[in-house]
Design a protein around this ligand. Structure first.
Ligand code: NAD
Ligand code: ZN
Length: 237
């Protein structure tokens, strides 16, 4: 169990050229969210859904981790048992930076999953139908290994488990609309409340009460990460 949890969202990958959900421009604007990543869309809109995730997967190929991902990798190497990396992102930039055991709460773009036996296949940056047309174990049909809106997110349970022993929480690049990060700081959330917390976003979000956090950094993740790393060093030493 980790003492420091680093929980990130789309903002940490923004400087690597992957657009955030609420940013203008980018892939998200070309599609109606409710048509391509909502529970049931593999039945109602299979081709469009696969096409959308194919584009996003291919788009990852030449994207590089930024300074924030790389500093987090160094921290994990320094404190292998004390840092847990949890992300809402489906990109592979932490993995490209060399991080291990990253918890992807909302799925992972390089993976597809069998809808019948739930086997998971890593297809890298290929298009789903070009990589595999059906599950090689049970011939079931395949889907992106992504949590669509309205679906259960099984990894949330693992996140809550990690947070039980967490003494320092670092939130980077998330608007708090999908995961209510404030809740983790509530004295009722767990027996021994989190002692030190950092919030790093570009700007305030209506879904986050920043007065709850010990330190608030409204700046780019790549500009905030060295100060964050220093605080983690001091906290763990
Ligand atoms: P969001 O788009 O709702 O919020 C992004 C947050 O990041 C904002 O608070 C913004 O101030 C901050 N931000 C933007 N640029 C930043 C930077 N350079 N440095 C620091 N902070 C920055 O994102 P969310 O809260 O992660 O929720 C969006 C949902 O969409 C998630 O569920 C996620 O799975 C998904 N998503 C993932 C990716 C990805 O994998 N890279 C990209 C877009 C959306
Ligand atoms: Zn199968």
């Amino acid at each position: 169990m980790s003492k420091v949890v680093i929980l990130s969202g789309a903002g940490i990958s923004a400087e690597s050229g992957i657009s955030t959900f609420r940013d203008s421009g980018g892939l998200w604007e070309e599609y109606k969210i409710e048509e391509i990543c909502t529970a049931g869309c593999m039945q109602t809109n299979r081709d469009k859904t696969i096409e959308f995730y194919d584009k996003r997967r291919l788009d990852l190929k030449d994207k590089k981790p930024n300074h924030a991902h790389l500093v987090i990798k160094e921290l994990q190497a320094r404190y292998p048992n004390d840092i847990s990396i949890i992300t809402q992102n489906v990109d592979d930039l932490f993995e490209k930076a060399g991080c291990q055991d990253v918890m992807h709460l909302h799925g992972f773009l390089p993976e597809i999953r069998c809808q019948e036996c739930h086997s998971i296949y890593n297809i890298g940056y290929q298009k789903q139908n070009e990589a595999m047309s059906q599950c090689s174990k049970c011939q079931g049909s395949l889907r992106p290994n992504i949590v669509f809106f309205g679906e259960m997110a099984p990894k949330y349970r693992d996140m809550y488990q990690e947070l039980q022993d967490c003494m320092m929480l670092v939130v980077i690049g998330t608007s708090g609309n999908v995961i209510d990060t404030d809740m983790f700081l509530s004295p009722y959330f767990k027996k021994e409340p989190i002692r030190y917390s950092i919030l790093n976003n570009l700007e305030p979000s209506s879904a986050i009460d920043d007065s709850l956090y010990t330190k608030v950094l409204y700046k780019k993740a790549t500009e905030a990460i060295d100060e964050i790393a220093k605080d983690i060093d001091e906290f763990l030493d």
